[in-house]
Unconditional design. Structure first.
Length: 278
């Protein structure tokens, strides 16, 4: 997502400073025939604009799958970074284009590029694209990648109230109590006043007593008598059932890698579904 990240670019690896070119415009607009002709006439596919955006960034950000394929076939650098540090895969996830994401990954795009800010998984959660989130998880995206402004992908998904993405992250083993300045996903859920989100996080072991850097619990960010406040008040007064506590503890002990093997355990199907929150 252009302008959302803060990082350095690597201009020396992808070209030189240039104005926006016809290749950029064709890629942005999805003009396949025009792009083919430009490439056939020798146009460079790795030229960068003043903000270090390549044609591949343009095509990825706008979900132009065929243009992405053409550019990659012509030698576009799959992990080029723009001035914000964003790679084409980040931009494809920001656009929610699952097809572009698949193409980029098939050409070796790094699912965990060495960024100090938002990862492709952050972008998919920001956009609210469960398909992209699921695919990134399947190919090994770091669930605990930390952005200095937004925290983990779980923080982002909760702040944007993308419950499908939150459920995918939690089921895959994301740390429900990961903190950004001591602020947890539950703090975000309380701030956006989403009782369903609060309930989901608590069921996965969210700590309702966690305090942020201001010393406030999630419930301190709710309005009295609101549904969110009532939900948190209920959990403060009513401890989780023994079966629920066992489920949370077992999943925590199993770890992210082990959770994927639950379906292979020789245990009754109802218990397997319970452990997998199905």
């Amino acid at each position: 997502m252009e302008g959302w990240l803060v990082s350095g670019s690597r201009l020396g690896e992808i070209g030189f400073w240039a104005d926006r070119t016809p290749v950029h415009e064709a890629a942005r607009r999805g003009e396949i025939l025009q792009l083919q002709q430009l490439i056939a006439n020798g146009a460079c596919v790795n030229l960068v604009t003043y903000d270090s955006i390549t044609p591949l960034h343009e095509a990825s950000l706008r979900g132009q799958t065929q243009c992405v394929k053409l550019l990659l076939a012509a030698g576009a650098q799959v992990d080029a970074r723009n001035i914000d540090g964003s790679t084409p895969l980040c931009d494809a996830c920001a656009s929610g284009s699952i097809e572009c994401v698949k193409v980029l990954l098939s050409h070796g795009a790094k699912v965990n590029p060495p960024l100090y800010t938002a990862s492709p998984l952050h972008e998919a959660c920001m956009n609210g694209s469960p398909e992209c989130v699921r695919l990134l998880i399947d190919v090994g995206a770091n669930l605990e990648a930390h952005d200095c402004h937004f925290g983990t992908p779980l923080h982002v998904a909760c702040a944007r109230e993308h419950l499908d993405c939150v459920k995918l992250l939690l089921n895959a083993g994301a740390n429900v109590n990961a903190a950004k300045l001591h602020e947890t996903a539950l703090h975000h859920a309380a701030k956006v006043k989403n009782a369903d989100l609060v309930e989901m996080l608590v069921e996965f072991g969210g700590n309702i007593y966690a305090r942020d850097n201001r010393g406030k619990k999630p419930s301190d960010y709710t309005c009295k008598s609101s549904q969110t406040a009532k939900c948190l008040e209920y959990y403060e007064k009513t401890p989780l059932s023994l079966s629920q506590l066992c489920r949370v503890s077992l999943r925590k002990a199993t770890g992210q890698q082990g959770l994927a093997k639950i379906a292979k355990l020789n245990i009754p199907l109802p218990l397997m579904k319970y452990l997998s929150y199905n």
